[in-house]
Design a protein around this ligand. Sequence first.
Ligand code: NAD
Length: 353
Amino acid sequence: MSLPSRQAYVPFVSVDNMMRLVLDVGIEQIMVELADVIEADFRRWPDFDKTPRVASHSDIGVIELMPTSDGQHYGFKYVNGHPGNMRQGLQTVTAFGVLADVPTGYPLLISEMTILTALRTAATSAMAAKWLAPRDARVMAMIGNGAQAEFQALAMKAVCGIREVRLYDIDPSATRKCAANLAGRGLHIVQCDSAAEAILGAQIITTCTADKQYATILSDNMVGSGVHINAVGGDCPGKTELHRDILLRAGIFVEYPPQTRIEGEIQQLDPDHPVTELWQVIAGQSAGRVAADQITLFDSVGFAVEDFSALRHIYQRLQGTSFYQDLDMIADPDDPRDLFGMLCRAGAQDKVA
Ligand code: NAD
C-alpha cells in the first residue's frame, strides 16, 4: 500500500483533486466501492481500536476529531457541524483527514474530506439499507435537500436499486437545486411540499436536515409499518430529527453505541434501551429486519471506521494517478539523530544562495 513517492513526501488530495478522482471513477461507482470497503471493515469490527469521537461543542456547532486504528493503519478526521453556516454561504460540514502507518507512525496520506464525507456517509446509508430495508424498496423519501442529499439519493440508487426519490426541504430552493442536480441520472424525481407528502409510498425514508435542536422532522403518525428510516441529520447532543415515539416502535441499528447514545436519535431514550450494532448484522451475529411490517431505523451519526475505510480506499485509488500533490511533511535528515545539523545546513545553504 505505497505510492511511488519519496518517503519524506506525503500525498495530499485537495478538493480539486478529489473532485477529479471521483469524476474519473464515476460518482455512483465510487460510492459502490466505498459501501463495499466500509462493509468489509464493519465485518472485522473487533479489529478496530474504537472510541466515541472527541467533540468540542459551542452554542452554534461542534468541532470533532474521529480517530481509529486496525493495528496496521491509523486514521483520523477533523470535521465540523455548524447548521448556521449555510446562511453565511458556508458549508454546514467541512472535513479533512489523515491516514498513517502504524509500524512507523509516519503519515501516508492527507486528504480533503468534505466531499469524501458526503460520499462515505451516503455509502454507509446505502450499505445499512441493503441489510435492513425491504428487499423490493424502489421509492425513497429524501427530507433535507442540502449538501448531502444528492449523494444519499445516488448511493441508494446504485447500491439498493432505488428508482424514485421524493424530495422535501423547508427551503424550496434547496429542493429545486437537488432536483436539478439529480435530473438525467436515472431517477424519477418528485418535488414535494411537505414531509408527509414526501414519504407517501416510500419504503426508505432518509432524514438529513441540519438544525441544532430536538426537531420533529417525522412524527409518529406519519410513519407506517414496514419502512426503513435512515436518520442522518441527528448527530449531536440536543440535535435530533425523529419523534421519540417512532423510536419506541422501531428496531434500532447503530454504528458504535457509546457514541450513538450521546449523539444519535437514541439520546431521547433510556440509556439501556436495546439497540443492535450494525456490524453484528453484517457479520451474521444478529438479525437485521425480522418481519415485513417491522420499522427498521439506522440511527446514523457517522463513525471513525467509515472515514478510515474511505481514506484507505482513496489511498489505493490514487495509485498510478496524478490526483495528488506531494507535501514536504516529514523531516528526513541523512542521520535521523542529526535533526539540528540538517536545520543548520539548510541555513548555511540559504546564505550561499
Ligand atoms: P445542509 O445545511 O447543507 O442541508 C441541510 C438542509 O436541511 C437544508 O437545506 C435545510 O433547509 C434543511 N432543513 C432544515 N430543517 C428542516 C426541516 N425541519 N425540514 C426539512 N428540511 C430542513 O447540511 P448537510 O451537509 O446536507 O448535512 C445535513 C445534516 O447531516 C447535518 O445535520 C449534518 O450534521 C448531518 N451529517 C451527518 C452525517 C452522518 O454520518 N450521520 C454525515 C454528514 C452530515
